[in-house]
Design a protein around this ligand. Structure first.
Ligand SMILES: Cc1cc2nc3c(=O)[nH]c(=O)nc-3n(C[C@H](O)[C@H](O)[C@H](O)COP(=O)(O)O)c2cc1C
Length: 201
């Protein structure tokens, strides 16, 4: 089992990273974290070269590491999209990264490449937020759409939407009840990730 975590936070030690770090020791699989807020990630420019070629035009750019990351995603059994809520949506840097999944869509549905295959995987969403978002339907809908591009199902969301009043770097100061509630939520989420009954396609 191999889990790839896509971290869309602009902060290395922010709330999203702290929440990711809280789940890592509980995972029973190997994992890799890809930070999408990186100079090495170039968004899709819709040049449509992949309509006729199996090579993405951006993969020819030495500075672009997205292709390397896309290879990791192909290998994964589980994908966790982790992001702070920005305007009740996944972060801009995450959406830039996910725009490169267009290559997979085009390979399958436009170029109809018979050699193209991404193994089936399970997808999860991890969200942090300051507290203003009340409606999670739009972000979950977009997440499902993005997961479908990489042949991932949508399984579950872990939300911590209270970072304005209780940022996670202050977890040690939380009351025992607050600690227990969050720990229970994390445990239920990780239990689902650790299920290994994946049927390969
Ligand atoms: C541009 C921007 C937009 C935001 N929009 C929302 C929002 O719509 N809903 C919400 O609950 N929090 C919102 N927040 C707050 C962040 O989601 C929150 O601070 C989050 O925990 C930050 O995670 P990080 O520490 O990993 O960056 C926004 C923050 C920024 C910078």
């Amino acid at each position: 089992m191999y889990t790839v975590i896509l971290n869309g936070s602009p902060k290395k030690d922010g709330n999203t990273s702290i929440l990711i770090n809280m789940i890592l020791p509980k995972l029973n699989s190997g994992f890799k974290i890809i930070n999408t807020f990186s100079k090495n990630i170039t968004p899709c420019i819709d040049c449509q070269k992949c309509y006729t070629s199996s090579k993405c035009a951006l993969a020819e750019n030495d500075k672009d590491k997205t292709t390397v990351f896309l290879n990791e995603i192909e290998k994964a059994d589980n994908i966790i999209i982790a992001s702070p809520l920005h305007y009740s949506m996944l972060s801009g840097s995450f959406l830039n990264f996910a725009s490169r999944f267009q290559y997979f869509y085009v390979s399958k549905y436009i170029r109809k490449d018979e050699n193209f295959h991404i193994k089936k995987k399970r997808g999860f969403l991890l969200l942090t937020g300051g507290g203003t978002t009340k409606d999670f339907y739009p972000v979950e809908k977009v997440t499902k759409l993005i997961l479908r591009q990489i042949n991932a199902s949508y399984e579950d969301t872990l939300k911590y939407i209270n970072t304005d009043s209780m940022p996670l770097y202050r977890f040690d100061d939380f009351s025992d009840l607050e600690k227990l509630n969050l720990t229970n939520k994390i445990n239920r989420f990780v239990e689902k990730i650790n299920l290994s009954n994946i049927s390969q396609k």
